[in-house]
Design a protein around this ligand. Structure first.
Ligand code: GDD
Ligand code: MN
Length: 364
């Protein structure tokens, strides 16, 4: 047994950061000299062999540990798993690309150790003394917009809620896991908005560095996931995120249906029934592919399964359509209600049916 108790775990989510691994460990070693720490790389099976690079160092330096997740992707969920995998009382999250300033870590740790009432210490680019470094005006604008949106779900007055650099008491992090969404990039925002009681935080300024090795993974999917995560926080308990996406895609599918029908029937002169059949197939295929790419992106069907999934999806939707027509006709003919209400009731029943059955039988 060592005579120093483990003080800190540094969780490092990585995807294709091989070249940065040894550099980061050397920097952590220097910054945290005299402290009892461990590093936990949480790598999503990077094709460039990031996990191997970290394991190679871990064989010589047992402070370096690796969680290799296979078949999964996601920055937030990686951080959550890392935070749950330590015996240390404090846990930090830092990017693996050297953009965060690791020399802040001892100050963060001092702050948590000195003040028992403090829950989390956040590295901020926007508080007094912080800086975003060399950002182009476009990224500054996008970041400002995303920060503004985050105010809709955030009660605390954080200068940098989008920060991916912070330190928290492990016990608090573990306690929050059941209520975290785990979607997307914004683990800190997730934590700060999930907590039933406001977390007591302190911000420390740092300058965001320029990435020199590898490339950023922040793309349009990440941007979309951010919006999904915000939606989940605001309305997720009322209408689950997946059902909302499925319904939105269904609505777009209805527009596609009308557009195809217009082209074939009104412009092309095909019989109405033929046009409707083609429009239905096109719209179902459109819905299927979009749901496969977005609603069920983490269970996406590929290759032969893509074709099989399409057949099941069409079968499910055919029954849904029959239920739609049946219910709408019943309400219209028997109840003599408002025709729009009859139509909407049919659509609602079909949407729930399609969603329930396809999540079970197509992407189950
Ligand atoms: N395990 C895992 N899985 N790691 C990932 C994934 C993933 O799907 N995507 C990205 N990472 C890792 C990267 O390898 C890197 O170590 C870190 O997460 C940050 O990813 P970048 O792609 O470099 O993001 P960024 O620089 O645009 O944004 C980061 O910094 C901002 C400022 O603090 C993120 O941390 C943002 O959340 C943060 O706001
Ligand atoms: Mn980065």
């Amino acid at each position: 047994m060592s005579d120093t108790l483990l003080e800190l775990a540094v969780v490092i989510p990585t995807f294709n950061e091989r070249a940065n691994v040894p550099l980061l460990i050397a920097k952590l070693d220097a910054a945290l000299a005299g402290r009892a720490w461990e590093a936990i790389f949480v790598d999503d099976d990077s094709p460039d062999g990031t996990a191997d690079a970290a394991r190679a160092i871990g064989r010589e330096d047992p402070r370096v540990r690796v969680i290799q997740r296979i078949g999964r992707r996601g920055l937030s969920s990686a951080c959550i798993e890392g935070m749950c995998a330590t015996a240390a009382p404090c846990v930090a999250v830092i990017d693996g690309d050297l953009q965060h300033d690791e020399t802040l870590l001892p100050k963060m740790l001092d702050a948590l150790q000195a003040d028992a009432s403090l829950d989390v210490v956040i590295g901020s680019r926007f508080c007094e003394g912080g800086c975003t470094g060399e950002w182009d005006s476009e990224r500054v604008a996008k970041s400002a917009f995303a920060t503004k949106l985050s105010r809709q779900v955030l009660k605390a007055d954080l200068t940098d809620p989008m920060s991916g650099f912070f330190m928290i008491r492990s016990e608090i992090a573990r306690g929050l896991v059941p209520v975290l969404s785990g979607i997307g990039f914004k683990i800190l925002l997730d934590i700060m908005t999930a907590s039933p009681r406001p977390l007591r935080f302190r911000e420390l300024p740092y300058t965001f560095r320029v990435r020199t090795e590898g490339e950023s993974k922040l793309d349009y999917v990440v941007a979309m996931e951010y919006l999904i995560a915000l939606y989940d926080r605001m309305f997720g308990k009322v209408v689950p995120v997946r059902f909302a996406m499925f319904s939105a895609i269904g609505a777009i599918g209805a527009a596609v249906h009308l557009a195809v029908l217009f082209l074939l029937f009104r412009m092309g002169g095909l019989p109405f029934v033929t046009g409707t059949i083609v429009a239905t197939i096109v719209a179902m295929t459109f819905n299927y592919l979009l749901n496969n790419a977005l609603t069920y992106r983490e269970r996406r069907l590929k290759g032969a399964a893509l074709l099989g999934g399409w057949v099941s999806f069409c079968l499910v939707c055919a029954v849904g359509a029959a239920a739609n027509v049946g219910l709408a006709a019943f309400l219209h003919n028997v109840q003599h209600g408002d025709w729009r209400l009859s139509a909407l009731a049919g659509i609602a029943v079909a949407a729930v049916w399609n969603f329930a059955l396809s999540s079970r039988f197509v992407w189950g």
